[in-house]
Design a protein around this ligand. Structure first.
Ligand code: PLP
Length: 396
């Protein structure tokens, strides 16, 4: 790949993460990492795995018990007709799962319909597979969902995949059952695949999370991608999974896993067994606390950033994706080629508040800003107070 990799974009999230390490006493609202710690069920299972010397090679696709639990979870919780544990491939987080899927499914030149805005690695991974992302805007007025007529018009004879990410990062938009039924009908009619990134499946405040793979005739053409990162606060542990019914595509994806990891870290896989065998209350507790933090943060924004940053609290995920008032920016003299970068730099440099410019998520998101409210309440309150100060100075 070598020089071709130069064409694969680097997300601003990575650049900003590095930049934030140079900021003293930062408010880390830039990255999608909740402040919760992994539950005891995970930690105890990992400690035991170490004590039991679980430090040897494993089957490429993962521990049999873990795959069994994951298949069962997808059947009962997601309603996906996973008939065999063999469909399940354990990956090094959702990112690795998406890489394996993109490499295993996409042919050079295939067009992939992707939401815009969308988590930047999606574009990068599609491009790295020599495929072509076709960005279709999510509409804020529709709760950050697609206008599905517009989405359908973007399909060409070269389209091979519709890429879904619900709840969406960065907007928090959640696709409805009616959306998914229509997308499924389009996929069946046009003979398309669906890649369904369900990283935030457990973080839904309004509505419900539905996997498109659970709809009739869809699992055979859908590859659902999951992670324990967000649901169990296991971001650094790196545990995800994919489920692929088609044996040819699955064999390709398994090759990627084999040649990039041999197997996912053994101790972490035992941690995953602990997560799934243990109480699932923690998942709901995290969600409830995130809802409280969402409300706290939006109340705060309406106090300290009224007329400057605006948006509706999201239905899912844990990001405030807010619109920057261009008139305020012009009056304040916030200029530059990108308004969202100018605002991000102002908040990082003067307010120590990590945030990500909207334009990083797609052309249609220029003029927006993403702030993660999955942080502790104290940190959110600190960031709001700091923001108030930055904007107060700006008003002088
Ligand atoms: N998909 C989306 C939309 C995400 O936001 C993330 C992480 O931020 C992931 C997938 C992958 O997460 P991980 O690699 O930690 O499992």
């Amino acid at each position: 790949m070598s020089s071709f990799l130069d064409t694969v974009p680097v997300s601003a999230i990575i650049k900003i993460r590095d930049l934030m390490h140079t900021v003293k006493d930062p408010f880390r609202l830039d990255q999608g990492d909740v402040s919760f710690d992994a539950p005891d069920t995970v930690k105890e299972a990992m400690v035991k795995a170490i004590a039991d010397n679980r430090s040897h090679y494993l089957p490429t696709t993962g521990l049999p018990r873990l795959r069994q639990l994951l298949a069962e979870k997808m059947r009962t919780e997601n309603g996906i007709p996973v008939e065999s544990d063999d469909d399940v491939v354990v990956t090094n987080g959702g990112t690795h799962g998406l890489w394996a899927v993109c490499q295993g499914l996409l042919e050079p030149g295939d067009e992939v319909i992707v939401p815009d805005p969308e988590w930047p690695p999606t574009m990068a991974m599609v491009i790295a597979a020599h495929a072509v992302p076709v960005a279709v805007p999510l509409r804020e007025a529709l709760g950050w969902r697609w206008d599905l007529d517009e989405m359908e018009r973007a399909i060409t004879p070269k389209t091979r995949v519709i890429y879904l990410n619900s709840p969406n990062n960065p907007t928090g938009g959640v696709l409805t059952r009616a959306d998914l039924e229509r997308i499924a009908a389009i996929a069946r009619e046009r003979n398309l695949w669906v890649i369904s990134d369900e990283a935030y499946e457990h973080v839904v405040y309004n509505g419900e999370h539905i996997s498109i793979a659970s709809l009739p005739g869809m699992y055979e053409r859908t590859i659902p991608v999951y992670t324990l990162s967000k649901s169990f606060a296991m971001t650094g542990l790196r545990l995800g999974y994919i489920s692929i019914k088609d044996p040819v595509i699955r064999a390709r994806a398994i090759k990627i896993v084999a040649y990039t990891t041999t197997n996912v870290n053994s101790v972490v896989q035992y941690g995953g067994i602990g997560a799934l065998e243990g109480s699932q209350d923690v998942v709901r507790e995290f969600r409830d606390e995130l809802l409280a933090r969402r409300n706290l943060f939006y109340d705060g924004l309406s106090r300290v950033a009224s007329g400057i940053l605006s948006g509706t609290p999201p239905d899912g995920a844990f990001y405030a994706f807010v619109r920057i008032n261009p008139e305020w920016a012009a009056a304040f003299g916030l200029t530059g080629p990108s308004l969202s970068w100018a605002m991000a730099e102002l908040l990082i440099q003067q307010g120590r508040i990590g945030c990500v410019p909207g334009v990083d998520f797609g052309a249609s998101a220029e003029g927006y800003l993403r702030l993660c409210f999955g942080r502790e309440r104290r940190e959110l309150e600190g960031a709001l107070a700091s923001m108030q100060q930055v904007f107060a100075t700006a008003r002088v």
